[in-house]
Design a protein around this ligand. Structure first.
Ligand code: ACO
Length: 337
């Protein structure tokens, strides 16, 4: 049910050396949602912390956002796409069931020497991707790994269901991982509990319920979430994971420059920060502007806060999502912007 990992002492670390992002232009505000469903701005702000979210144009898809984020990473680092070895795209909204969105990104950016794959872990996707990508660097087998979190949640959202449509938005974020002798991913704790799968899922479109008129009539191609049990589980488990990573690494609140939480609900974020003993100014929060963009929330935060980070800063990343999947990672930042 759970797994933990830590880099061997003395081994090179996988460090984040650049970030990138993409958010669509189009804003969907709480006021806009009041026109669509029986909801109101006060309820949404109070229960979730969300004020607006971004929605991708109908003729675009996840690979378009992921490509933009990847190109921004390459520009920021000043390297060519042909220098990328591996591309990991964390997403639950790939352009297609196959090929992987990573293949589409590889082609679009011209990463002629790269291989890659998609990783499905819902809101924990980027954290899982970071740990996975770090293994390739730590092993010494590969030098440059692009880890992208990208989701077009609007493509699987039922905009007549007020319990889910107020929560999600579209975005992409990306980081480059490279070797560093000191800084980088220090430790990660990851957990999975599949008994929670029924509370948060998309039932249609897979091999269990291939798309048919029936699956569409029954709206099985949309996000299904039972918010209350998911909230109860998330609010304790995410905080538990944060405490676990602090204990394992002997971290005091002063050792943590920033907490980078998955942005699903402000109340869940505050519970984690409180358990860690962190003041509000040490927590990256952009849920008010983007909502829950699933695999994109954490890299989008890293992109937005990059200028506040300096080499040596300790940061804790944490996520909770469909699966259930959850965890926390401890990273030391590798560069000054
Ligand atoms: N506007 C107004 N009222 C609403 C809305 C809405 N948009 N949605 C629900 N309500 C009503 C409900 O019908 C209910 O009414 P009732 O009391 O008459 O039955 C009432 O508000 C309270 O509903 P709850 O579901 O209990 O509200 P809650 O405080 O739990 O908030 C929420 C709902 C925001 C969804 C919360 O449960 C939550 O954040 N859950 C966790 C989400 C999460 O972390 N997901 C994991 C990541 S996502 C991923 O992996 C893809």
């Amino acid at each position: 049910m759970s797994a933990t990992s830590s880099s061997a002492s003395g081994a090179p670390r996988a460090a984040v050396t650049a970030t990138g992002h993409f958010v669509p232009e189009r804003r969907l505000t709480n006021a806009d949602l009041e026109e669509l469903v029986d909801t109101n701005d006060e309820w949404i702000r109070k229960r979730t912390g969300i004020v607006e979210r971004r929605i991708l144009d109908d003729d675009q898809a996840t690979s378009d956002m992921a490509t933009e984020a990847a190109e921004e990473v390459l520009d920021a680092r000043g390297i060519g796409a042909d220098e990328i070895d591996v591309i990991i795209v964390a997403t639950v909204t790939p352009d297609m069931q196959f090929p992987a969105t990573a293949c589409l990104v590889q082609d679009r950016i011209g990463a002629s020497n790269a291989w890659g794959f998609d990783l499905s872990a819902a809101c924990s996707g980027f954290l899982y991707g970071l740990t996975t990508g770090a293994q390739f660097i730590e092993s010494g087998r590969f030098d440059t790994v692009l880890v992208i979190g990208a989701d077009t949640m609007s493509a699987i959202t039922d905009f007549t269901d007020r319990t889910t449509c107020v929560l999600f938005g579209d975005a992409a974020g990306a980081v480059l991982l490279e070797r560093d002798d000191e800084m980088g991913l220090v430790d990660a704790v990851h957990h999975t509990d599949g008994s929670g799968s029924r509370f948060l899922c998309m039932e249609g479109g897979g091999s269990r319920n291939p798309p048919t008129h029936r699956t569409v009539d029954e709206k099985m191609h949309y996000i299904h979430q039972e918010g209350r049990p998911v909230f109860k589980f998330a609010v304790t488990r995410m905080a538990d994971a944060c405490v676990e990573i602090m204990d394992r690494n002997d971290l005091e609140p002063d050792d943590v420059r920033y907490l980078v939480p998955h942005q699903a609900n402000l109340r869940i974020i505050e519970a984690a920060a409180n358990r860690m003993g962190l003041d509000a100014e040490k927590v990256m929060i952009n849920i008010d502007r983007f909502g829950n963009t699933t695999a994109a929330t954490i890299p989008l935060c890293l992109y937005e806060w990059e200028n506040d980070l300096q080499r040596g800063d300790g940061i804790v990343l944490t996520a909770f999502g469909g699966g259930f999947t959850w965890g926390a990672s401890y990273l030391t930042w590798a560069y000054d912007s």
